[in-house]
Write a protein that binds this ligand. Structure first.
Ligand SMILES: [Zn+2]
Length: 198
């Protein structure tokens, strides 16, 4: 245990995803020795990102305005909707350049262990969005792991009665992994080869 504010810093860093106690300590000591100007810049960008970045009122992607860049782009096909778990998946799919439709960001995946059910995700908003008949195909692009599969299965059941084409990404993605870690070629291929969900 360290003195006051140093321990506070270690505690706060330790609450970040993927940062264990050892890493938290290492980062804290790095910051203590770093140039004050560098640390100030980091602190400022942390505050700025929380002030400036909002979530798109349509798709829940990260946005600097009421609507995100993709929802505002008239060249994007409004009839195809790609459902992803997180904002970072949008980034990964955009990198493939295989998709010209729009997105819906769920804000996570169904995970009973973590207490996340369908009502914690933006599923209600998805159903509302599909209500006007503009969207004719929904691509379920959840992560190829247990939670992602459970979410896709749930959504397939929910969307079934709506009479849309519901597709899943083709296999070939590394099972158990995160969509964002798939390389562009593999993810691009999974998009092109997508199949009707059952
Ligand atoms: Zn949007």
């Amino acid at each position: 245990m360290y003195e006051g504010v140093v321990q506070d810093l270690i505690d706060e860093l330790g609450r970040l995803p993927g940062v264990g106690p050892k890493s938290a300590q290492r980062i804290a000591f790095h910051l203590l020795q770093a140039d004050p100007a560098d640390v100030r810049r980091l602190a400022e960008v942390l505050i700025e990102v929380k002030d400036k970045v909002k979530f798109c009122s349509v798709c829940f992607n990260v946005a600097e305005d009421d609507q995100c860049r993709i929802c505002r782009d008239p060249r994007r096909d409004p009839s195809v909707l790609c459902v992803v778990e997180e904002y970072k998946d949008v980034v990964a799919i955009e990198r493939t350049r295989e998709f010209r439709g729009r997105y819906h960001v769920l804000g996570g995946a169904i995970s009973p262990i973590d207490g996340i059910g369908p009502e914690q995700l933006h599923i209600r908003e998805l159903l509302t969005r599909l209500g006007d008949g503009t969207v004719t195909e929904v691509i379920l692009a959840t992560d190829p792991n247990l939670e992602g599969e459970a979410t896709a299965t749930y959504l397939t059941r929910m969307l079934g009665p709506l009479g849309l084409r519901v597709t899943r990404l083709a296999s070939g993605l590394p099972v158990g992994g995160d969509l964002e870690y798939a390389d562009e070629v593999t993810l691009g291929r999974a998009f092109v080869g997508r199949q009707t969900a059952t």
